[in-house]
Design a binder for this molecule. Structure first.
Ligand code: PLP
Length: 478
């Protein structure tokens, strides 16, 4: 830690170095809102939507089927099924896999709730695993000891664009005969060792809502090569397309949705999807270039570490949805992340501490009796002898991670001079960190186990807006 004397004697600094937090000139000066704008809507999008509107096709499925076909071909999977949102696509995928009463589904605790909360709807029990501190994706080393005879599937989330460790996870699934559901909502177009994510599991689901890197308003889609998974998902929530059902075991139930759900995608979204599919590879390439440039500029900066796949691994982050860095407080003499981020935001850049709150600590998964079974829903469909305590996890990384990760600017265009200004905002704060120590109240000691904790959130789309001191930044995440 810094000495008392050091606290009283700030680092020598000229006007250029004076932090904006203390009245200095901001590091980010130029007007550049458009570098964050997302999605980019062009005349091509407008025409595609107008065409559907004018044809009176809003509630049909022809445009949707075309979107499914093109997306499946682009990803290299046999079947695609579109949904009105990603949450429904994951529910459909779970039903498709045969997840039902008494089954357990292992998922990372650190994700958006819709990766796994739908298991309740099917009478299944989510089981949470810890995440890897470097990737923030499910930690394969924390999966195997959670497998029981009831385990049916593992949900893998490629969190914040980082591809999860698929080699290790696929090995575990094969050994224990488990299904893999990839939640690719954060990682459209990302690669794991040269292979596109969404092509590893038995089924993959993507959210396509406005904030995502492939954005069509509200929407979701699942992909599979397994006809049975596809047809079960059709049966569950797409009754109007039951004429596609070919499997004898499912045919007698066609006509009505077995889940009582209507999961159809709005055709205006499908029309947008067709355009986005065409434009996405170029847009993704631009984001990848911009974000890697930003990371390269900050790679050797004390106290911060970009979270991205290693160079020459063949892995990439696709559209870099919800990009994060790690904060290493020890390298800045214990300066709290909250104080650090206040200073970076004052310089005009984006720096939001935290990511998603761990799910396993929320009452929905510890105490709540959602449907009136007389016991917590998490164990409601299991043997009477099972106690909720058996399911309540302690996950050290997931519980701690919000204290040492932060969201960085999500650049959609590679404009080096602007990106350099943002990188300079970070470098300037790191260079002058000592002047921040004096008034540091150290808010990072907050634990996710304490009520009302402010770090992280359950939805960053609505809560992680640019803070008042920030002035500019991205708006559309999750
Ligand atoms: C990881 C993850 N899974 C699933 C979803 C659910 O998607 P949707 O919002 O389209 O229902 C989201 C996002 O919103 C997400 O971030």
């Amino acid at each position: 830690m810094v000495s008392e004397e050091q606290r009283r004697v700030p680092a020598k600094r000229g006007p250029k170095n004076k932090l904006a937090l203390f009245g200095g000139k901001k590091a980010v000066e130029s007007e550049h809102e458009d570098i964050f704008r997302w999605p980019v809507i062009t005349d091509q999008h407008e025409q595609a939507v107008l065409k559907v509107l004018r044809a009176g096709q809003m509630s049909g499925f022809e445009v949707t089927k075309e979107f499914e076909k093109k997306y499946a071909r682009a990803l290299g999977r046999k079947y695609a099924l579109a949904y009105h949102n990603g949450t429904a696509a994951i529910l459909g995928a779970m039903y498709g896999l045969g997840i039902g009463v008494g089954h357990e589904v292992i998922a990372p605790s650190l994700t958006y709730w819709a990766s796994v909360a739908q298991a309740y709807t099917l009478g299944a029990t989510p089981v949470f695993a810890d995440v890897d501190p470097d990737t923030i994706c499910i930690d394969p080393k924390d999966i195997e000891h959670r497998i029981t005879p009831r385990t049916k599937a593992i949900v893998v989330v490629h969190y914040a664009g980082m591809p999860a460790d698929m080699d290790a996870i696929m090995k575990i699934a094969a050994k224990h005969n488990l299904k893999i559901l990839e939640d690719c909502s954060h990682a459209h177009g990302a690669l794991y060792k040269g292979k596109e994510i969404g092509t590893f599991g038995d089924v993959a689901a993507f959210s396509l809502m406005t904030g995502k890197s492939l954005a069509i308003g509200e929407g979701g889609i699942l992909f599979t090569d397994d006809r049975k998974v596809y047809e079960r998902a059709l049966l569950f929530g797409h009754y109007i397309r039951h004429d596609e059902i070919t499997l004898e075991e499912l045919k007698p139930f066609a006509g009505l949705p077995s889940g009582g759900f209507k999961h159809r995608m709005h055709q205006l979204s499908s029309a947008l999807g067709l355009v986005q599919l065409e434009l996405y590879p170029e847009a993704m390439g631009e984001i990848d270039k911009a974000m890697n440039y930003f990371c390269d500029l900050l790679d050797d900066t004390n106290g911060i570490r970009p979270i991205r796949p290693g160079k020459d691994t063949g892995s990439t982050k696709g559209g870099w949805y919800f990009p994060h860095f790690k904060y290493v407080t020890e390298e800045l003499e214990g300066l709290s992340l909250s104080r650090f981020s206040d200073a970076v935001r004052a310089e005009g850049s984006t720096c939001n501490p935290g990511c998603n709150k761990p799910l396993h600590l929320h009452p929905l998964f510890t105490t709540m009796d959602v449907y009136g079974h007389g016991r917590p829903t998490r164990i409601a469909y299991l043997d009477e002898s099972v106690k909720i305590e058996q399911y309540i996890e302690t996950l050290p990384v997931a519980e701690d991670v919000n204290r040492y990760v932060f969201e960085v600017p999500w650049f959609k265009q590679h404009r080096p001079e602007i990106i350099e200004e943002h990188a300079n905002a970070y470098k300037k704060v790191v260079k002058n960190y000592r002047v921040l120590l004096a008034d540091d109240t150290g808010k990072d000691t907050e634990s996710p186990r304490s009520a009302g904790t402010q770090i992280g959130g359950y939805s960053s789309f609505f809560s992680s807006q640019p803070r008042p001191s920030e002035g500019r930044g991205q708006k559309n995440t999750q």
